[in-house]
Structures are given as C-alpha cells and as structure tokens.
Design a protein around this ligand. Structure first.
Ligand SMILES: Nc1ncnc2c1ncn2[C@@H]1O[C@H](COP(=O)(O)OP(=O)(O)OP(=O)(O)O)[C@@H](O)[C@H]1O
Ligand SMILES: [Mg+2]
Length: 225
C-alpha cells in the first residue's frame, strides 16, 4: 500500500494581529498522494497561503499534527523533495535567471546535474532566451515562469504552487499551466495549486475549497489510495 506524501489531522494555525487571535486555518484533515493534482480555491484571506506554508514545513501549526510519511523529517523537505512556488516575488535579485533556477540543485549538492537540468527547466517554460537576464529586468509574468522552472528543476515529489498565474493574463496563465501539466504527465510528482482561476481549478482532478480557514473537498483523500 502506498503511503501519503503529506498527512495532516486537525491542522490549525492562529496568528496574533494587534493583540487579537486570527484563526487562519481550522481543523484541516487531509492527505496528499503521489501523482495527485489538486486545486486549492477560496477567497482572498481564506487561508490558502497559510495551508501551503504549513505543508511545505515553512511554518508550524498551532493545533493538530502534520507529517510527511514518504518524504521524511521536516528539515529535509525544502527545496529538494517539496518545491514551493511563492505567491510573492521570490527570485534573488543579484543572480541571473539561470542561476536562480539552479539554486535548488546547488543547495542539494547536485552541481554536476546543473547545466542539463537548468537548460531543460528553462526550455520547459520557454525561458532559454532569458537565461542571462537579471530578475529586475523581467516582467511579473516572466518572473513567475522562472519560479516555476526553479520548482521543477530538482524533480521534487510535491510541488506547492501559490497562485503561480496571479501576475499573468489569462491566456499566458493557461499556457503556463499547460506547460506544467505536460511536464508532469505520467509523473508521480504531486501538485497542489492555489488559484483564483476556475478554468485552472477544473483542470485538476481534485478541488479543495477554503472558506474562512475551513477546508472542504479533501474528505475523500482520507483513505488509502
Ligand atoms: N503572518 C501573519 N500574521 C498575521 N496574520 C496573518 C499572517 N499571514 C496571514 N494572516 C491572516 O490569515 C488569514 C489567511 O491569510 P492567507 O494569506 O493564508 O490567505 P489567502 O487565502 O492566501 O489569501 P490570498 O488569496 O489573498 O492570497 C488572513 O486573515 C490574514 O490576514
Ligand atoms: Mg495567498
């Protein structure tokens, strides 16, 4: 029987805002399985980024349990096993596009793979001609494509993408997701993508909804796969 990549039970996250507790995530119970394609939808402020940051091991829950049964301890997750595409710009200004994309490989001690893998990742998202550019010379949409290339370069087992098409017009956004899904076709890499775009959401096999920190749609992922 396959084990889940991520398992969460009763997961919650509270923040303090001006002395008041804000419940950003409440009692989320979920599993993510190899090869799953999941859309996470919900209004602004509903808790999508909060959940993704927890699942990436970047943040710690206030309540509940969170484990990565097939991936191992939390310190080993990023950036090799889990790739996180941040909602906010996250490229390093002083590095070229190609150097930014190479970072996960360098951090994982895979320097010898760099040249081939970086060329492949750039090509997957139509970025070869921008390889030597610095991030500040790129458009917001180009930066998001670079962040996506950086996410796939190390062949992670789970990609968590936080509104990766938020800076793109709809046609370009759909083209980016097409390229990602083509790349992942037949792969055991799982994808969880937060999006406000219903067309992108329905391209995923599973839709999770977030409303005021309450997650639904993930009930069927509770059993074994
Ligand atoms: N670091 C923080 N400190 C305090 N409150 C926070 C923090 N991060 C998020 N929040 C609050 O938690 C709630 C959920 O925020 P979150 O960013 O997860 O929403 P979201 O669904 O990703 O929204 P969007 O679609 O706008 O990106 C909001 O009320 C937000 O104000
Ligand atoms: Mg968000």
């Amino acid at each position: 029987m396959t084990s889940p990549l991520v398992e969460a039970n009763g997961l919650g996250r509270r923040y303090q805002q001006a002395g008041e507790a804000v419940v950003a995530l409440s009692s989320a119970t979920l599993r993510i399985w190899p090869g799953q394609r999941i859309a996470l939808v919900g209004r602004s402020g509903s808790g999508k980024s909060t959940l993704l940051h927890l699942l990436a091991g970047l943040d710690q829950p206030s309540d509940g349990s969170l484990t990565w049964p097939t991936l191992g301890p939390v310190e080993s997750l990023l950036p090799e096993k889990i790739a996180l595409v941040f909602q906010a710009p996250s490229l390093l200004d002083s590095l070229s596009v190609a150097e930014n994309v190479a970072l996960p490989l360098l951090m994982a001690g895979r320097a010898k793979d760099c040249a081939d893998r970086v060329t492949f990742a750039l090509n997957t998202f139509g970025l070869l001609s921008l390889a030597d550019k610095l991030p500040q010379t790129l458009s917001g949409g180009q930066m998001q494509r670079v962040a996506m290339a950086r996410a796939i370069v190390g062949e992670p087992q789970l990609i968590l993408a936080d509104e990766p098409t938020g800076q793109l017009d709809q046609v370009s956004g759909h083209a980016l997701i097409d390229a990602l899904l083509r790349h992942l076709a037949g792969s055991e890499c799982a994808l969880l993508i937060a999006t406000h775009d219903p067309v992108i959401a329905w391209r995923m096999e599973t839709q999770w909804q977030m409303e005021h920190g309450r997650l639904s749609g993930c009930e069927r992922s509770g059993g074994s796969r």
